[in-house]
Design a protein. Sequence first.
Length: 224
Amino acid sequence: MIVSADDQSAEPPEDPALTMRIGYLEREAAVETLRTAAGDSRITLAELDERMELVEAARFPIDLDRALEGIVTELPSARARADAEGRPSRGAAADDLGWSPETREVLHAPWAGLIRRGRWPVRPYLRCEPAGVLLELNFLEVETDLTTIDIDVAARTGTMRVVVPDSWGIDITGLKRSKIAVVTFKANEAAREGHPILRIGGSIGSGVIQALGPTGRQRRRLGM
């Protein structure tokens, strides 16, 4: 008997949480999350040691779930599956994202974190979701005609890092911060004439926000 394609049972797709190998970056992100949790007294030092052993033995995203259970809002297995499926565009065409407050370009850091550097295309309206890891926006080599870049931060945990040239400004007065949020501000508040200012709003819980200028090494590398 000939079986048509319609009658054949499709094999279930592979689960990325069980098949996608993790590496150095994923393990380092997990270790940093655990250290932060221990520093906040959310886990004991004994728990920290136990969970670190689980991270060391982990080979796939799902192996990290036990190590981070009860600490992060989205477990590594769930993040791996979401990243494999792709993020929805929230009803807006890709070319329209980031050009209005209603269609912000969403930067959702994958499990190993997200860093944007170099001459990346910047939209005026962004939403950043570190979700327990590092999300860095480095504007040192960005070329733009924008005068204002509006960044909405949604971070219960994780680190939001913004690096700008000396001529740019960063305004974080609109950012809601919990009492345990860590804020490091080493940038200019006001922009020089003709240069952009970043207005950072939204909220951050037990995470970290860093507003930084270029380091000495970055100045030398970029000839600043």
